[in-house]
Design a protein around this ligand. Structure first.
Ligand code: URA
Length: 252
């Protein structure tokens, strides 16, 4: 259920972090909750996010801003709902499903790694805007020849891709070859400051390399492990991580 819909008063208050539903039901029955100025003692009373709710004399902000990090596994859609395929909502605890959370930007179905999940629309918009040039670091495993200095220089100065029947300018980015895996697979780190569709895969393809695994390991200074062991982790951002996002997007 989303906040656009009606929701039971006790559930909404529990979702706002005020305690367990049984404790809240007890408090409601004691007449400490007002909805739009009227005392409500029925926990099943239906409310929406637009109602004014006072709990024990305190105005409740039903739209509290929340910030999480998901280490998205490979084979998961960056979507809050899908009838057939696993999606990021499957990794979000059910008690948060009414909080209007959504992923910031998009990772491909076959890209794993760092995804910010929030209900802060302004932060989400700014993190995706090319204006703030928020750096995102991708670790790509690829097939093809090793990178030439001239290719790395072209990426550093920006270049034009023609791969979909039209031209698209790619902003300057940083490519760093990384130590190959023990099995000899080639790897490279690519830092982008914008977010065009399939951008990493298209940059590699432009230089005749095929990305076979892709993982976002850093966003605006927030880092996650390079390996796959943490995939599926969902956790709240720490205060210092949040500061990094606010500083990078001029929201501090
Ligand atoms: N670039 C890609 O090609 N895929 C992603 O998921 C993210 C960036």
């Amino acid at each position: 259920m989303s906040y656009n819909n009606l929701m039971r008063l006790d559930r909404l208050l529990a979702n706002s972090g005020l305690g367990t539903r049984s404790k809240i039901r007890d408090r409601i029955s004691h007449g400490i909750v007002q909805v739009n100025g009227t005392i409500v003692t029925d926990a099943s009373f239906h409310v929406t996010e637009n109602d004014s709710i006072i709990y024990d004399g305190q105005e409740i902000n039903c739209q509290t801003k929340l910030y999480y990090l998901l280490d998205k596994p490979d084979g998961v859609l960056t979507a809050m709902e899908d009838k057939r395929l696993p999606c990021v909502a499957d990794y979000i605890p059910s008690e948060l499903m009414s909080k209007k959370l959504s992923p910031v930007g998009r990772l491909d179905y076959h890209t794993s790694g760092l995804l910010i999940i929030t209900n802060d629309g302004e932060l989400s918009h700014r993190l995706q805007s090319p204006k703030y040039e928020v750096p995102k670091v991708y670790l790509a495993t690829y097939r093809g020849l090793e990178w030439k200095d001239s290719e790395i220089a072209a990426i550093a100065s920006g270049f034009t891709i023609r791969d979909k029947g039209y031209s698209e300018d790619i902003a300057p980015a940083e490519l760093k070859p990384a130590k190959p895996y023990e099995d000899g697979s080639l790897r490279a780190l690519l830092t982008l400051h914008e977010g065009k569709t399939h951008e990493v895969r298209r940059i590699f393809a432009h230089f005749e390399k095929e990305v076979i695994a892709l993982r976002r390991i850093e966003l605006s200074g927030i880092k996650i492990s390079e390996g796959l062991d943490e995939c599926g982790t969902f956790r709240a951002l720490t205060g210092s991580e949040l500061n990094m996002l606010f500083n990078a997007t001029g929201l501090n």
